[in-house]
Write a protein that binds this ligand. Structure first.
Ligand SMILES: Cc1cc2nc3c(=O)[nH]c(=O)nc-3n(C[C@H](O)[C@H](O)[C@H](O)COP(=O)(O)OP(=O)(O)OC[C@H]3O[C@@H](n4cnc5c(N)ncnc54)[C@H](O)[C@@H]3O)c2cc1C
Length: 404
């Protein structure tokens, strides 16, 4: 849906690209079909891949009867499986506060909003973290009026303030109504919409409300007690050591349930590392998963991506770092493509030149961050990026400039 909204946004920029004005309209049914088709293709290809490797897929609900026995309840009945090793990967679900009643109609969780049953005329998004801002971007691209309830003074409170401010600027230009320093505390249904009440007395009258205030682990009915698996104070499975093991050494947890970074990329890498560990396939050059080196992206406009050390964290630790920043307004390719918003920022060790982290705001940030992610993982130096002979014109040239 974000990709479709991006095409709509492109048509709005047509004039700036030397074209006559273009106008795109949403075909809601076609959009829904497209989503289902892509999801179906991904599901089918993964199913085929698993089956081709001899994996038996059992469609049902699993729970632990003890530390070695999994019970599966499915449409075909119940079966029990004895296992030497067990991987728990039941994920998480959106958090619903007690002051909100989700009906999937007007008051939605993030899982119910792509696509929603109807396009909101005015959507109030509650929560300005990664998920919240992506939904703000998506629905405002489609032309919905959007209000964003931001509990702090900065959208994306956990991100670099310079990065957050670029996005905030874009939201303001698009007419997004930002309610900063406001905490939603109640949602009332009206005849034709909802009213979101904030604890400071402000309220938003809108057609739909979307809750994007974090997630909770799927642990109910899993039989963790029966297997002796411990949970941390945050309700996620406790992880011991470097191999995603729970306190019961042959029971592992991966993905959102492990309470690490809630990213698909992290979940699948954990799965891979766990499989290697279970099978005793530790290569001599085995590397432990380093969550501090995970790249992540926010699919907004401009796109945002970062990896490794954050400037604020380095500052808080009193760590000396070199920070270099290059705006895309200096990039020939960005100007040619008619979108020169944003920048590249690279953090490195001033003594050794080793790349420690970076942020990118702008077109294709999620793709471009791979270069910095590779540098961070491989311990490359800024000179390795700066002295790469890159394509001209390309957005990646900004990386080399920032590394120079
Ligand atoms: C709106 C949204 C956008 C996101 N965008 C991104 C993104 O752009 N990039 C990114 O990297 N991450 C993204 N994420 C995060 C990503 O989706 C999760 O981190 C990832 O799906 C976690 O994988 P998982 O396997 O732990 O859980 P899930 O993908 O949630 O899978 C868990 C599965 O377990 C099943 N299950 C639960 N209980 C049982 C049981 N008892 N028995 C059998 N099955 C069970 C569930 O039905 C589900 O199918 C996004 C998340 C949201 C909500």
């Amino acid at each position: 849906m974000i990709a479709t909204g991006g095409v709509m946004a492109l048509t709005r920029r047509a004039r700036g690209m030397g074209l006559a004005a273009m106008h795109a309209e949403i075909d809601f049914e076609a959009l829904r079909d497209r989503n289902e088709s892509i999801e179906g293709r991904i599901n089918r290809s993964i199913t085929t891949l698993l089956e081709s490797q001899g994996v038996r897929l059992v469609r049902g609900s699993g729970s632990l009867l003890d530390a070695h026995t999994v019970r599966i309840d499915s449409a075909d009945g119940t079966e029990e499986i004895h296992a030497d090793a067990i991987l728990l990967a039941t994920g998480s679900r959106p958090r619903v506060p007690d002051w909100a009643e989700v009906d999937g109609d007007r008051v939605l969780t993030t899982r119910q909003a792509y696509p929603p049953k109807e396009m909101p005329s005015h959507l109030a998004v509650i929560g300005s973290g990664v998920t919240g801002v992506e939904f703000v971007h998506m629905f405002s691209s489609f032309g919905s009026k959007v209000s964003l309830v931001v509990s702090r003074q900065q959208v994306l409170p956990s991100k670099d303030p310079e990065v957050a401010s670029e996005l905030e600027q874009n939201f303001i230009e698009r007419g997004v109504n930002l309610l900063k320093g406001a905490r939603a505390s109640a949602i009332d249904r009206t005849d034709d919409g909802v009213i979101v009440h904030c604890d400071d007395g402000r309220k938003v009258e809108c057609s739909h409300a979307l809750l994007a205030i974090g997630s909770v682990p799927n642990i109910e009915g899993l039989g963790l007690d029966a297997a002796g698996v411990e949970l941390g104070a945050n309700g996620y499975v406790v992880s011991t050591g470097h191999h995603c093991q729970s306190n019961v050494s042959h029971i592992y947890s991966a993905g959102d349930l492990s309470g690490k970074l809630p990213l698909s990329s992290v979940a699948s890498m954990q799965g891979r590392k766990i499989a290697e560990h279970v099978m005793g396939l530790h290569a001599h050059d085995h590397r432990h998963l380093d969550y501090d080196k995970a790249a992540s992206a926010i699919f907004t406009e401009p796109e945002i991506a970062d990896v490794g050390l954050a400037e604020a964290d380095a500052f808080a630790d009193g760590r000396k770092i070199r920070v270099t920043k290059v705006p895309f307004s200096a990039s020939a390719k960005a100007l040619i493509e008619g979108d020169a918003r944003g920048f590249v920022k690279i953090l490195s060790d001033p003594a050794t030149g080793v790349v420690l982290g970076g942020s990118i705001v702008g077109r294709n940030a999620a793709e471009l961050i791979s270069v910095i992610a590779l540098a961070v993982t491989a311990g490359l130096k800024v000179a390795d990026i700066a002295e790469s002979l890159l394509v001209h014109p390309s957005l990646a040239e900004a990386l080399a400039d920032a590394a120079d």
